[in-house]
Design a protein around this ligand. Structure first.
Ligand SMILES: [Zn+2]
Length: 410
């Protein structure tokens, strides 16, 4: 039986590792807080009777043997957080997976296939600027060169950090799974949006995961005196940036697909003085969609907008592609298993897409991959106010358990 008491105890223990005084949690990938959370998880897995292995980039797997050596059912998520994030994003999926395996052991339930609980390294992009690093390594989509290039804001490379944490970045290739090595992957996660709460249902069966295309944009105008430069003779980089910000909003909202979203969430202005015309702006554009074609349209239109604005204002606009991930349709087979488990458990569910990226989208490259959402109160996430009712965590864990049993006995 799934125990809400045990899950709550795990939550309380983890919440102390990186918990902020004002609520929420800061547990950046491979920080001291993240390392403490990893140590905690290894102990909890061991106590639950799982055999633990840690791969070259620190992905932690706790394995429960099955009656056969058939490929395992893998379930999990991530323990790292954004700065001043919540206690639920990622954590729910790891703790629920741990509870599923622990409950199987406590009840002496045998399954045909092994069950593996996983904590992926560095799911959040906050520290190294690249998301889902652990699962990218697991599907063979990372290179040592990239590990050496990715840097945090103190100039430490991911490669160096991995070495310092006792991991083996040069053995990166050993972390990669081959297709078929895992039977299925399941991730329970908070929705991080308002749809489930709005619909009044506790479970979302995720259909597809949107992917991001991100750019760093540099606009170079001319920094001049704000008093002596006539309005007709300016090359104001911030005014150009403002047009671009509005163009991104217009393109995502009106011109691309029904699920396209576009955001400029960060912008720096130089020299940044009240009496100097802004000479240089750096900004970051994040475009997402569950449909590749619509996303390509959005990217194309944003490129056109940059050219148009640069010509019109006589500024230089350069861009650098940071990532161009492909949207992923999740396994129809796993969705059917989750939906069947929803029916037998008497819960209500709706199907919905995920606007955020998750490890499950990478795992789809090597196995049948599925995702279950539970509601986020007021849709809030990546924020200290992120909350999910423990009752919903309980329902989600029960469903994860039921779906895991169906898949593990195949
Ligand atoms: Zn997450």
């Amino acid at each position: 039986m799934i125990s809400l008491d045990r899950i709550q105890k795990d939550f309380d223990a983890l919440a102390r590792l990186g918990g902020c005084a004002e609520g929420g949690c800061t547990r950046l990938a491979f920080s001291d807080e993240d390392m403490a959370a990893r140590d905690w998880l290894v102990s909890a897995m061991t106590a639950a009777g799982l055999s633990v292995r840690i791969d070259a980039v620190g992905n932690i797997c706790g394995r429960r043997e099955g009656d056969t050596d058939l490929p395992a059912v893998m379930l999990g998520s991530h323990l790292d957080t954004v700065p001043e994030g919540g206690h639920y994003d990622g954590v729910v999926g790891v703790l629920a997976a741990l509870e599923v395996a622990r409950a199987l052991n406590l009840q002496n339930v045998s399954t045909r296939r092994p069950v593996e609980v996983v904590n992926f390294s560095a799911e959040e992009s906050s520290r190294f600027g690249l998301a889902t690093i652990g699962s990218k390594a697991m599907i063979g989509q990372l290179s040592v060169a990239v590990l050496k290039k990715l840097c945090d804001d103190r100039g430490q490379t991911l490669y160096r950090v991995l070495l310092d944490r006792g991991l083996a970045p040069d053995d990166l290739a050993s972390a990669a799974l081959i297709p078929g090595q895992v039977h299925a992957f399941l991730e329970l996660h908070i929705e991080q949006g308002p749809v489930l709460e709005d619909a009044g249902v506790p479970i979302g069966v995720v259909t597809a995961i949107a992917a991001a295309t991100r750019f760093k944009v540099v606009i170079e105008g001319h920094a001049d005196h704000s008093g002596n430069t006539p309005m007709t003779m300016r090359k104001d980089a911030l005014a150009a940036a403002s047009e671009l910000v509005l163009a991104v909003e217009q393109i995502a909202g009106q011109e691309a697909g029904p699920h396209t979203v576009g955001t400029v969430g960060a912008l720096t202005v130089a020299p940044g003085a009240m009496n100097v015309i802004p000479g240089r702006v750096e900004l970051w554009i994040d475009l997402r969609d569950i449909d590749s074609a619509s996303k390509s349209v959005a990217v194309q239109r944003v490129m056109e907008a940059m050219t148009r604005i640069a010509e019109k204002r006589g500024v230089k606009i350069g861009h650098e592609l940071i990532c161009d991930d492909q949207p992923v349709v999740l396994s129809a087979k796993i969705r059917a298993e989750i939906t069947a488990a929803v029916k037998t458990s008497g819960l209500a569910s709706i199907d919905l897409p995920s606007g955020a990226g998750h490890d499950a989208m990478n795992m789809a490259a090597v196995t049948e991959s599925g995702m279950i959402f539970i509601p986020s109160i007021d849709g809030i996430s990546h924020n200290v106010a992120e909350r999910t009712r423990m009752e919903d965590v309980f329902f989600g864990t029960q469903l994860l358990s039921a779906a895991t049993l169906r898949l593990a006995d195949q």
